[in-house]
Design a protein around this ligand. Structure first.
Ligand SMILES: C[S@@+](CC[C@H](N)C(=O)[O-])C[C@H]1O[C@@H](n2cnc3c(N)ncnc32)[C@H](O)[C@@H]1O
Length: 211
């Protein structure tokens, strides 16, 4: 069966941080400013959908207590090795956006970079509830979303699920989910009253900071 888990697992399974050049592995562009504005040294931060750890490594390097979660066990192992290689510490666990393996009120911030795009709308709603469960009372959430026309050239490889999410059924991205959020859907997802800032990048990406 080729579902999202198999797709993401296959991306990370064979990567070895020892043989990789991280000199051009930059954090998400919104992250430095988010840290300056909302975080203080030592804060506990969750990188949700941590992938290869570019954001987790940056956050750990800035002195935050970093935890990471990813659906792909390979990504979790990669991050553990990557941070250790750079004498950084962090706690990484396999889990999903809508079932986060950490306790209530644990984090001053959650960053979820280019990851909510990869679940269905129902799962995205559950994920926002889960994120709020693990955030402390005045905790803050950084979300980024890819441009809605991402992967336009490969659309023929996807079927459209009833909620509008694309599911790739052939080609290189077989098994991957991708949801093209409109600004309105993002606003509704997090709740308008909770939004602190909503920014558009030049390429159509969206960055949201909210409670
Ligand atoms: C586009 S990558 C972004 C990775 C990382 N945040 C970054 O900025 O480099 C999306 C990540 O989300 C993870 N992911 C996809 N679906 C997920 C889910 N349901 N739960 C947790 N992680 C998921 C993937 O394994 C992948 O690492």
């Amino acid at each position: 069966m080729n579902g999202p888990l198999e797709y993401w697992d296959s991306l990370f399974r064979d990567l070895d941080p020892e043989t990789m050049d991280f000199s051009r592995s930059l954090p998400a562009s919104a992250l430095p400013g988010f840290c300056d504005r909302y975080l203080k040294k030592g804060d506990r931060v969750l990188d949700l959908g941590c992938g290869g750890g570019r954001n987790a490594a940056y956050l750990a390097g800035r002195g935050f207590q970093i935890c990471g979660v990813d659906i792909a066990q390979g990504a979790v192992e990669f991050c553990i090795k990557r941070l250790a290689q750079h004498q950084l510490s962090g706690v990484f666990r396999q889990g999903t956006l809508d079932s986060i393996p950490f306790a209530d009120n644990e984090f001053a911030a959650v960053v979820c970079i280019a990851s909510l795009d990869h679940v269905t709308l129902e799962s995205a709603r559950e994920s926002i509830d889960e994120i709020r469960r693990v955030l402390s009372g005045n905790g803050v959430l950084l979300l980024t979303f890819d441009p809605p026309d991402t992967d336009e050239d490969q659309i023929d490889d996807a079927e459209i699920l009833p909620d509008g999410t694309l599911k790739f059924v052939s080609g290189d991205q077989k098994g991957m989910l991708f949801r093209r959020y409109s600004d309105r859907e993002i606003t509704d997802l997090v709740g308008e009253k909770n939004i602190i800032s909503f920014d558009h990048s030049g390429n159509g990406g969206r960055t949201v900071v909210c409670r």
